[in-house]
Design a protein around this ligand. Structure first.
Ligand code: ZN
Ligand code: ZN
Length: 605
């Protein structure tokens, strides 16, 4: 039944001495047929049959055959890394191809430590890594966030003389970027003789990872000035998120233009990032237009649009989009419900919110998460239903987190309910969040209730725990550049001009009836000092700057890291009327659109 066949030499050129290779096989074994069978495998079961055949025929010591088995098992969708590993260990002298296969398979399977161990094994056994080894080893390092190992691997790259390979260099940039080592990433990038589109994407992505958004935009400018007109969609998604973070719609519009010029049909992901950029930069209408013109929408596009409408306080429209989504036959998930509830919350739609909360659980069988409860507490709290909000928290099957207690606390502040407010604050302090803002909200409530002893106690606690308040800042875009302002900042260029502008503005504001709300300043200083402090809040500096540096009548767009104080809110309303400017302010949670002396939030936020 058995015979001897001589297999073609070409397949075995990696074998010692390049000797013609003969093996004993059962008659039924035919290499071509065998490869064909292997390629046609569609499941582990079929694969195991082919493997069994190999074992039966006694060719399991054949390197070519084993490499093919490992590669098929490790790299196919239905394959199993464990099984591939068991075949791999039977190979006497695995080649770099085999190692690469195994490393790649493990990385794709997110078995990252295993991938690195295989690499170590490879080096120890004297198998030489090549340019196909490093992209995956570096990817493992970046996903594990192990920069020290990454640096070692970088050393090996030099040793192997692969430091000039573009793909390896791009992987190094990616790795350093993901590990937050932006300087190293830049060093690799700057040292490249030739940069591919992927290299630019990698360096822009690296800056996005460490949230250096201005640099992202600068690099995009450099990229196009160097004649790189073909821009990868993924790069533009990174840059769009830079615009989103900086609240820079003008730059976003430029990128939209680049996209339209370069890519004939934008995919759903890019269009959805465009919507996200527009709505988060305050251009809701533009976002809506992109959304309406999309021929294909997925759940993510709907979610972005619903949350976008929510933060602009357009609750009813958000609910309309939500019902369109359901009509489209897309089943809602827990994420879209967060948008739905926050839409109800920002627009004060209590009944609709409660209704959706019910149908989520009973109709769509989605268990409420901490985030959902957070939104509901916020919704009830805003409406002054503080007892109901507190009852809901008590009824939760999961442990309430700091966000939930914080929204109850801030609702209590708005509705002057010191009793429940104290409960919320105590729970917050028990969670050991050490957030100075929480202490300050409670202090503020005590101050309003004229309980100065309690205010003093909280101040002592803050000092004892060495809690510093997060410094507030505001960003404003003028002439396609983004400027940052910190409260009381005098280090900004031309500060004296800005401060002079503030004085002029205040003179006009007072004439119109503005009275500074000094209760926002929790310092034990006299009233005049308090007024001085209020005057130079970062948002006011940004507005003054915007009024000086933009043309008359054009809108101002400000992004800030903290919630705005009520004095800045009143102040901005007056400014919008006196200077006839539309002012959009985005804080961590929502947008305020100021126009003709009033705000879209209807003073409720
Ligand atoms: Zn303020
Ligand atoms: Zn407002």
């Amino acid at each position: 039944m058995t015979g001897t066949i001589v297999l073609s030499q070409t397949h075995f050129s990696s074998l010692p001495n390049n000797q013609p290779y003969s093996i004993e096989l059962c008659n039924s074994f035919n290499e071509k047929r065998w490869l064909c069978l292997l390629k046609r495998c569609n499941s582990m079961e079929e694969f195991k049959q082919v493997h069994a055949h190999v074992l039966k025929c006694g060719i399991f010591f054949d390197t070519f055959c084993m490499s093919n088995l490992v590669a098929t098992c490790a790299l196919t969708k239905w394959g199993s890394m464990d099984y591939a590993c068991s075949i791999f260990t039977q190979i006497d002298e695995p080649s770099s191809f085999d190692y690469n296969t195994m490393i790649r398979g493990n990385v794709n399977d997110m078995k990252l430590e295993e991938a690195l161990l295989l690499y170590v094994d490879m080096i120890e056994r004297g198998v030489e890594p090549d340019k196909f080894t490093y992209p995956f080893v570096l990817k493992a390092c970046s996903l594990l966030g192990v920069v020290d190992e990454g640096i070692q691997v970088h050393g090996h790259v030099f040793k192997m003389g692969l430091e000039g390979d573009v793909i390896v260099q791009n992987s190094l940039i990616n790795m350093y970027g993901k590990c937050g080592e932006i300087k190293n990433a830049c060093d690799v990038f700057n040292g490249m003789d030739e940069k591919s589109v992927a290299s630019w994407s990698a360096i822009i992505g690296a800056h996005a990872c460490v949230e250096m958004w201005n640099e992202c935009l600068m690099l995009l400018g450099k990229m196009s000035s160097e004649g790189r007109c073909r821009v990868e969609e993924s790069t533009l998604v990174n840059v769009l998120s830079a615009c989103t973070h900086l609240g820079s719609p003008d730059l976003g519009k430029c990128i939209h233009g680049i996209l339209l010029r370069n890519i004939s049909e934008l995919n759903v992901v890019v269009k959805t990032s465009l919507i996200d950029m527009y709505v988060k930069s305050g251009c809701l209408e533009k976002g809506l237009r992109v959304f309406k013109n999309m021929s294909e929408k997925n759940r993510y596009s709907y979610t972005v649009m619903i949350s976008g409408l929510a933060i602009h306080g357009r609750g009813k429209e958000a609910l309309k989009v939500f019902s369109e989504m359901i009509e489209e036959g897309l089943a809602p998930d827990d994420v879209v419900y967060v948008g739905v509830f926050s839409a109800c919350s920002h627009a004060g739609l209590v009944e609709e919110g409660l209704q959706c909360f019910k149908s989520m659980q009973f109709e769509h069988k989605i268990e409420p998460t901490v985030q959902h409860y957070g939104c509901m507490v916020d919704l009830l709290g805003r409406f002054g239903m503080l007892k109901e909000a507190y009852e809901l928290i008590k009824s939760m099957s999961i442990k309430p987190n700091d966000v939930i207690w914080r929204s109850l606390l801030s609702a209590c502040k708005v509705h002057h309910n010191l009793e429940i407010g104290k409960i919320a604050a105590e729970n917050l302090f028990m969670l050991n969040q050490n957030n100075s803002g929480d202490y300050l909200v409670l202090a503020n409530m005590y101050a309003k209730a004229q309980k100065w002893d309690d205010v003093a106690k909280i101040r002592t606690k803050l000092a004892e725990r060495n809690l510093v308040q997060t410094p507030g800042f505001s960003l404003i875009e003028a002439k396609r550049k983004v400027y940052k302002f910190v409260s009381q900042d005098k280090s900004i260029p031309q500060w004296n001009i800005i401060y002079e502008m503030i004085h002029q503005m205040e003179w006009q504001l007072k004439f119109e009836g503005y009275i500074p709300d000094t209760s926002q300043v929790l310092l034990d200083v006299d009233d005049e000092e308090k007024k001085e402090r209020l005057k130079f809040h970062s948002q006011k500096l940004a507005i003054a700057f915007g009024l000086i540096h933009t043309s008359e009548g054009s809108p101002l767009r400000i992004t800030r890291n903290l919630r705005m104080c009520s004095d800045c809110h009143t102040y901005t309303k007056y400014i919008s009327m006196i200077y006839e400017r539309e002012i959009t302010v985005r804080d961590r949670l929502r947008f305020h659109h100021f126009k003709n002396g009033s705000c879209s939030c209807k003073d409720y936020w």
